[in-house]
Design a protein around this ligand. Sequence first.
Ligand code: NAD
Ligand code: IPM
Ligand code: MN
Length: 370
Amino acid sequence: MTVRNLFLLPGDGIGPEAMAEVRKIIAYLNEAKGTGFVLDEGLVGGVAYDAHGSAVSEEDMAKALAADAVLFGAVGGPKWDAVPYEVRPEAGLLRLRKDLKLFANLRPAICYPALAAASSLKPELVEGLDILIVRELTGGVYFGEPKEIIDLGNGQKRGIDTQVYDTYEIERIAGVAFELARTRQNRVCSMEKRNVMKSGVLWNQVVTETHKAKYSDVQLEHMLADAGGMQLVRQPKQFDVIVTDNLFGDMLSDVAAMLTGSLGMLPSASLGAPDAKTGKRKALYEPVHGSAPDIAGKGIANPIAMIASFAMCLRYSFNLVTEADNLEKAIANVLDKGIRTGDIMAEGCKQVGTVEMGEAILAEFKAISA
Ligand code: NAD
Ligand code: IPM
Ligand code: MN
């Protein structure tokens, strides 16, 4: 029987609450479809810091590296605001991304038909919205050196972060965006700030050259990232695939999340390069949202971003395409039935908690998959 090793890192805040709903879906798939998922679980973020003083242990890093895929919940929270920068909860996630070489973060912003009214934009602007943000995830200002606070000795300090991109990093993320565009509407919009940043000038050049050399069949457009943010809320449906750097991608994907109704809706896949021999990619699946300290522990978080991240895992890591499609369909059906968590609640709908939402999706998934 096929064995599929999944390493679960639920993390902090609403992370474990959302992950619990994914566990039920995995249990069903193993039981009914013989998917052979074998689960192991570790600590990341604040809970890892509390347990052993670092945001992820060497042992758990090794397990993440060895797994077929990692499912990640969320990290962070006010409890750890004062812990040293190097071991803060978010450092665990950054280390996972860096050490697993997960350079390509796919963040699909899809507005489910039933949720067009839940967006802060007019329904006609978001109805049928289907954007894919391809965010570079292991470079840029997140990782560039120097990165430090230095004491200038005159009562002043200087905080330094460095934005760095090399040609190969831009080439490979552009390649991912162009390849994915070919499976969609065949359009890519690259966003940078070449008007003020040298890395933006290089980004623009390399994307243009990569396009010319290998992907000239794909329609390419360039946009300054600030104008891109504006266009995302002005006329979001103009976009198909957006490719951008680590920091702009972080910000633009939170904006895109609200187009779909809530941050609790947006899944993501963080992928490495295919292995030269096996073709397999290292992968970590993580909702775009954080630990949501304001609602953690209340049982009201929306588990859809986490469940949809698992659907991406089924598709990208295990090629279980029917199961992925069915799980996404189950989410859409539950929303069509007017079942809603508080963040996407609308008039005439039924408000439920995390567990009820998870179980409604599972019931629908079972019905579709039977
Ligand atoms: P957040 O995403 O945790 O929350 C922002 C807002 O969205 C909150 O009002 C929250 O209640 C709401 N929200 C988020 N997810 C939701 C869900 N599934 N259902 C319903 N509502 C949801 O962002 P923040 O408050 O800026 O950050 C809180 C902590 O999370 C910080 O420590 C931050 O660093 C961390 N964070 C972690 C990740 C991650 O682990 N991938 C991502 C973003 C932020
Ligand atoms: C995200 C988060 C992370 C990021 C943090 C928690 C490190 O905001 O995944 O969007 O900035 O990349
Ligand atoms: Mn973010």
